[in-house]
Design a protein around this ligand. Structure first.
Ligand SMILES: [Fe+2]
Ligand SMILES: [Fe+2]
Length: 162
């Protein structure tokens, strides 16, 4: 996407905002899950669907940029960006079973589409709860990428799963 990413900054430290962003960082619906799901799909598609393999790799790398910016933001908010959530005073580490590994091209692409839709929904929800304009702007920029990913996965689905 041609639109640059905004500078990573926050108005002031805020533990509650950090806890919300930890869900986007390393929760069930998160950048960590997206990175690893698309990375797995990249590897399993390599043999027979090299165009899809490349698409999954490219999108996985973009999700890693999101992960980095979220991690830096969480640190600026005053919380150690370990790969875990702290929701409801409970520590839950990110887990490889959050990933939808799948069995076929079409069920994997359907899961990737669902992941992008869930990400957009969760970012919108968090935008409503966060009053820091720098964070809201960053999430808006992420949503722009996720909408693009949703389009790319949908195009792939239309090509391979009619
Ligand atoms: Fe993302
Ligand atoms: Fe995405």
């Amino acid at each position: 996407m041609p639109t640059p990413y905004p500078e990573v900054r926050v108005q002031r430290p805020n533990r509650y905002y950090a806890e919300l962003l930890l869900e986007d960082y390393a929760g069930q619906v998160s950048e960590m899950t997206a990175i690893n799901q698309y990375f797995h799909h990249h590897i399993v598609f390599e043999e027979k669907f090299s165009d899809l393999a490349e698409l999954e790799e490219c999108i996985s790398i973009i999700e890693m940029w999101h992960l980095e910016m979220l991690g830096e933001t969480i640190r600026l908010l005053g919380v150690d960006p370990q790969l875990r959530t702290l929701t409801n005073n409970k520590t839950t580490f990110w887990c490889g079973n959050y990933v939808y590994y799948g069995n076929s091209v079409c069920d994997r692409l359907a899961a990737d589409i669902a992941a992008e839709k869930s990400a957009i929904e969760q970012y919108r929800k968090h935008q409503q709860l966060i009053r820091d304009p720098y964070i809201v702007e960053m999430l808006e920029r992420f949503i722009m990428d996720e909408q693009h990913h949703l389009q790319l996965f949908t195009d792939a689905m239309n090509k391979y799963c009619k």
